[in-house]
Design a protein around this ligand. Structure first.
Ligand code: URA
Length: 228
């Protein structure tokens, strides 16, 4: 049972419903050009929620968050930290892929503030259902959506911040910043990124230790099944 008294099944049903609703969201034009919305996935009451910016080309086609190049880098970090992705709830601030066409290629475009604002209620509803103990904001768009203010990622990274509801939000770079970064600085940038993320290891560790003895085997309810 979650802290708000909401059980797993109703929370899962809520997430499924939300995921379907984002697909038909009329509140900004992004959905018209995207293949589908990309909703969050992961355990219904994950302790740690990771929030990215928006789906990329691959995510738009597959319908799952962080499955493209940035996602592979994120997965590598998760492995190096000794976390496992299937214990994380992973989502984005903006649910549709924004891009511009260059020939046949769809090139990522950063969402406008009004688009991130229009999408915010989906993210807030997701947070309310998952009730994570803490969140990680990957990049400026996610950080702004979560903290409700402009976040200077380079100076505010690697620290916990508090959102309006008192939740802890760790700010760090988006993995695509590492993909784009100076090749000579790659190793240092990687180390610094892992150091930022490792601040959330304590939260992750708790997810591995059941708070109390279970009297019967827990059924795994995962929002992945809800949306794919
Ligand atoms: N970048 C993001 O921010 N999210 C994704 O899901 C993929 C790339």
């Amino acid at each position: 049972m979650a802290a708000n008294g909401r059980g797993l099944k109703p929370a899962l049903a809520g997430l499924q419903k939300l995921g379907r609703a984002t697909n038909a969201c009329p509140e900004c034009p992004l959905g018209e050009h995207a293949t589908q919305s990309v909703f969050g996935e992961g355990p219904v009451h994950a302790r740690l929620m990771v929030v990215g910016e928006q789906p990329g080309d691959k995510e738009d086609l597959v319908g799952r968050p962080f499955v493209g190049p940035a996602g592979r880098l994120f997965d590598r970090a998760v492995a190096e930290l000794g976390w496992s992705r299937d214990k994380l709830y992973v989502t984005n601030a903006v649910k549709h892929f924004k891009y511009e066409l260059r020939g046949k290629r769809r090139i990522h475009k950063t969402p406008a503030q009004r688009e991130a604002d229009a999408c915010l209620h989906w993210l807030e509803s997701e947070i309310a259902l998952v009730e994570p103990a803490a969140l990680i904001a990957l990049g400026g768009v996610a950080a702004r959506s979560l903290l409700g203010r402009h976040v200077a990622v380079m100076s505010e990274r690697g620290r916990w911040h508090e959102d309006a509801a008192g939740r802890q939000v760790l700010v760090t770079l988006h993995p695509s910043a590492l993909l784009r970064g100076d090749p000579e600085q790659k190793a240092a940038a990687w180390k610094a990124w892992l150091a930022d993320l490792s601040l959330a290891s304590k939260v992750f560790e708790k997810a591995r230790t059941p708070a109390r003895k279970k009297t019967r085997p827990a059924r795994k309810l995962n929002a992945v099944a809800a949306t794919t």
